[in-house]
Design a protein around this ligand. Structure first.
Ligand code: 13P
Length: 692
């Protein structure tokens, strides 16, 4: 009970971590995709701050920005739906492990002022980013360590479709926002903003507090002082600087300034106060501006002259570059100088166009969508683009719809397919074997570790298996049969689980001076309930004869253990078509002395020796034929009911890829698994052979 509660708490915690990571990654991937140029500038900032920008080709920052947003978004979606839990959680952990020390360095050295994790939507200080990464690192570690407890919301069959759609969606979104402008604008210069108002400081706003820092020198030592601790005259003055002591109100726009190239005057106020329309052609570096639309730009300029609107080109480029542009394009419009970063912030295109009126931004265009003569058909006050409007809400709606609708369709289809295949599997089973409806015998998948795993490895394995199966309940009974030394520890760990424990052998004597032997009673005292007897390896290497096995079976039964009794022919016997004969003799010589009650407590395992550990599985037909034969032998000896109630397992190179087919046979009631039982994921794959 206590363990169950603990399990629920653990599963809840892990899924909370997974959803937290999913939300952060989807959000940060999305906001980066919406503004690919913004992320590009950020990557450029980083490369310059680290002095390594020359190492990379010029297209690298843009490529990196798109790749990063795609990776983050896809990882977020995978974590959200529980797709490829191992890969998704490992990649997440790697990513955050890389980011955390980097952000610690940023916080300490402060080479760039904001990390750019969430674009312009949510600007964090470097220390905030580092703290956020520590939280995410913990969540990523928890999600990775216990990834098996992550609940999945989509079947493995459809998960690739959901991941693929997410990648395609985010790539198309990035490309769309590159060609046009960001569909969502979180920057200070979004449509609808009044630049003049957002530059002004309200009269009641708290101003910033600054102080003077004096640099003084004495005996060759330089020190900094403020007015409060200014020293005596033995110190000599060197320099003074002003430092911000307390941050005051900062208006959203602080850096908008237009300096006329012609007159050298600051014409910002004049432009922002103009009650008429003004076109601002924005080319943060005119030498890098796309000149494919120069004719259109000149047409817009002619249109604005004709209609009496102002038109300026804003750039941060030097005069000679501007002159070159004029020569190349025949530009007649006036130029103004504005800060490079401000221009990049206003419009994410080079060149871009903005229409303002009375200081308010009415519309922005990228180079690829400048208005032409078919749009500018009349004076602006008569056109829709001359009206002030904000379009973000319906854009958010459309974007979400483009993501959520197809994804919901995929999920719906997945649900339909899962239900349909479960129904078909049930129907098929009934068709193959009408008795299956009333099948009393158990389906069992038992692992035989043989001589593998140290105690520690064994304990880790069962803990992992227990978690996996607690999350995804098996459709059959599951056993682990371990070497003697593991039994007590493994049985304790699995006490409150649905997984049974068995030994791989027991002595043919009840007790006494048999050095090195382990009795059935000792096995039972560990909490184990099963014991494998008659395995071909014990018959072949340790000389276990039918007579010895008969004793072992009796002792196991009398100590309350269920024997998993192994039978099977060697290759030469199969090739001589003597398999039925061999198997019959093995059964008869060791078991047919038992009463029907005792026999009903036996589980049989047919393990053709030529298939054990060889990778050469018996075909599904060979297995079914032999199992049906064994059942008929039991029916002859103990009656039809006993035969129908005996579980007969198949063993020999059974693995996740063939388990379903083998277990689909009406007389195959599960498997005794060797190699594929040594890794939890493989063993789970075999267990899933009983799933639809
Ligand atoms: P493999 O699954 O490795 O072939 O071993 C089968 C076996 O011997 C189980 O007892």
């Amino acid at each position: 009970m206590e363990n169950k509660r603990l399990h629920i708490i653990k599963a809840t915690l892990i899924n909370v971590c997974r959803f937290l990571l999913a939300a952060v990654f989807i959000f940060s991937g999305f906001v980066k995709a919406v503004d690919p140029f913004g992320s590009t500038y950020k990557i450029q900032d980083y490369l310059e701050a680290f002095g390594i920008s020359a190492w990379f080709p010029s297209f690298f920052p843009l490529l990196g920005a798109i790749a990063l947003s795609t990776l983050e978004f896809a990882l977020g979606v995978m974590l959200f739906f529980g797709i490829r839990k191992g890969t998704a959680t490992l990649l997440t952990l790697f990513l955050i492990c890389f980011m955390t020390p980097l952000t610690l360095y940023l916080a300490i050295a402060d080479p760039v002022s904001d990390c750019g994790c969430f674009g312009d939507v949510w600007i964090l200080t470097n220390w905030e980013t580092f703290t956020k990464n520590i939280v995410l690192l913990l969540a990523a570690f928890v999600a990775f360590k216990w990834r098996y407890l992550i609940i999945r919301f989509i079947s493995p069959k459809s998960e690739w479709l959901a991941s693929l759609y997410s990648v395609i969606f985010i790539l198309i979104l990035s490309i769309y926002c590159l060609i046009h402008l960001p569909i969502l604008d979180f920057r200070p210069y979004r449509v609808g903003v009044n630049i003049r108002e957002d530059m002004s400081i309200p009269p009641d706003a708290k101003p910033g507090v600054y102080e003077s820092i004096f640099i003084l020198e004495k005996n060759g030592e330089r020190k900094e002082f403020t007015l409060d601790d200014y020293p005596d005259s033995t110190w000599t003055f060197v320099d003074v600087r002003t430092a911000l002591k307390e941050k005051g109100y900062e208006p959203p726009i602080r850096d908008f300034c237009m300096k006329s190239l012609e007159t050298g005057d600051d014409i910002t106020a004049e432009v922002l106060d103009d009650k008429n329309y003004t076109f601002l052609l924005i080319a943060h570096r005119i030498e890098g501006a796309d000149d494919s639309n120069i004719d259109l730009i000149n047409e817009i300029y002619d249109y604005s002259v004709e209609r009496g609107y102002a038109f300026y080109c804003l750039t941060s480029s030097p005069e000679d570059e501007i002159e070159q542009w004029k020569d190349k394009t025949g530009a007649e419009y006036p130029f103004c100088l504005t800060d490079d970063m401000t221009l990049k912030t206003i419009v994410r295109a080079n060149p871009g166009l903005a229409l303002i009126k009375d200081g308010t931004i009415l519309k922005k265009w990228s180079n690829n969508e400048f208005p032409d003569e078919y749009v500018l058909t009349d004076s602006l006050d008569k056109l829709r683009l001359g009206e002030e409007r904000s379009t973000d809400l319906h854009k958010i709606g459309w974007t979400l719809l483009w993501f959520i609708l197809p994804l919901s369709l995929i999920l719906g289809l997945d649900l339909f397919l899962v239900k349909r295949s479960a129904r078909l599997a049930k129907e098929n089973q009934r068709l193959i074997n009408p008795l299956i409806k009333n099948k009393m015998r158990k389906n069992i998948v038992a692992g035989n570790w043989k001589m593998n795993k140290t105690l520690r490895e064994g304990i880790e394995f069962v803990k992992e298996l227990k978690e996996i199966l607690a999350e995804d309940k098996p459709n059959c009974e599951v056993l682990v049969c371990t070497p003697f030394i593991h039994l007590a520890s493994v049985a304790t760990i699995l006490e409150v689980s649905a997984i049974g424990v068995g030994a791989e052998n027991c002595a043919d004597k009840a007790s006494g001076a048999y050095t090195g032997e382990v009795s059935a009673a000792m096995v039972a005292s560990t909490g184990a309930k099963y014991v494998i007897l008659g395995h071909s390896e014990r018959r072949a290497y340790y000389g276990e004869t039918a007579g010895i096995l008969k004793e072992k079976v009796k002792l196991a039964l009398s100590n309350g253990l269920t024997p998993i009794f192994c039978i099977g022919e060697v290759l030469a016997e199969r090739e001589a078509n003597k398999q039925n004969e061999v198997v019959y003799t093995q059964l008869a010589d060791s078991l047919f002395d038992l009463s029907v009650e005792d026999f009903s407590r036996i589980v049989l395992a047919y393990e053709p020796v030529w298939a054990i550990g060889t990778g050469r599985t018996a075909t599904s037909l060979q297995a079914q034929e032999m199992h049906a034969y064994i059942r008929s032998v039991i029916a002859d000896k103990y009656g039809k009911e006993a035969a129908e109630n005996t579980s007969i397992l198949y063993g020999g190179s059974c693995n996740p890829s063939n388990a379903k087919e083998l277990f689909g046979n009406p007389d195959v009631d599960g498997g005794l698994i060797g190699g594929a039982a040594l890794k939890a994921a493989d063993f789970k794959g075999v267990i899933d052979g009983f799933k639809a």
